[in-house]
Ligand binder design. Sequence first.
Ligand code: ATP
Ligand code: ZN
Length: 286
Amino acid sequence: MMTKLKIAVQKSGRLSEDSLKLIKECGIKFNNGRGTLKAEASNFPIEFLFLRDDDIPGYVEDGIADLGIVGENVLVEKSKGLDINKRLGFSKCRLSLAVPKSENYTDINYFEGKNIATSYPNLLQKYLDEKGINADIHEISGSVEIAPGIGLAEGVCDIVSSGSTLFMNGLKEVEVIFKSEAVLISSPDMPADKKEILNKLIFRIDSVLNSKNNKYILLNAPNDKVEEIIEILPGMRSPTVLPLAQEGWSSLHSVINEDEFWDRIEKLKDAGAEGILVVPIEKMIQ
Ligand code: ATP
Ligand code: ZN
């Protein structure tokens, strides 16, 4: 029988859509009817298991799945001996402590002797230990933000992205204890034949992630400015320079990183670049 990888992804929630989108961008085709538990790719040796995110590290540890996509917050909370193969750059969020808006919070000592509600008791305990704070942790599995309002706890430790959920519940974020994003995880002892498929998958994921961080840029410049512009445009190797039909002008093509994009564009204009076009890259193989 042909070796296949089993990958566990969240059935429905904040990780699901982006996890499946990434898989599709890797050129992997599959059908997942709503509510199905399993699906099989038609053009890559991989099978999907759709599960609750909290169960994913456990299933990977037990070998029911070879791989999983989870939030780093869940991975660390469950503290299984699993490897992070790749940070995936989506579902970015933070785990934070929050208190009622009306409280006069100055520092972490505020929590000494207090009750804190959370779904992440291990991550929170570790943080409090590091800070030398003794507090009572109340583990609850959902709607943590309502705990102060119903008198269950004085503070909460919960996932935050914009802070609007906290705000709507009369809370303010006071300490960030952990920063998280989606990660691809696997068991450290994967057999060689599966490892080979995993490496192929990671190669594809890298190409997709690289392409998202880079843009293809085309511009025109007078020949006497080309050298100066090449200095601003490093590219993967060096830019392509092509003559334009108009005498004395060239077209330059290169790849530019999203982070340095605006800074470089200004420098390029100052150096005499014209007709600058910036286009997305679908895949970038390195
Ligand atoms: P399940 O039903 O699978 O147990 P859940 O309700 O526990 O789902 P979700 O709310 O779907 O979990 O969140 C899944 C993961 O997405 C979280 O563990 C976290 O890593 C990330 N996440 C949570 N909230 C946000 C947010 N507001 N923005 C971005 N990422 C988030
Ligand atoms: Zn969950």
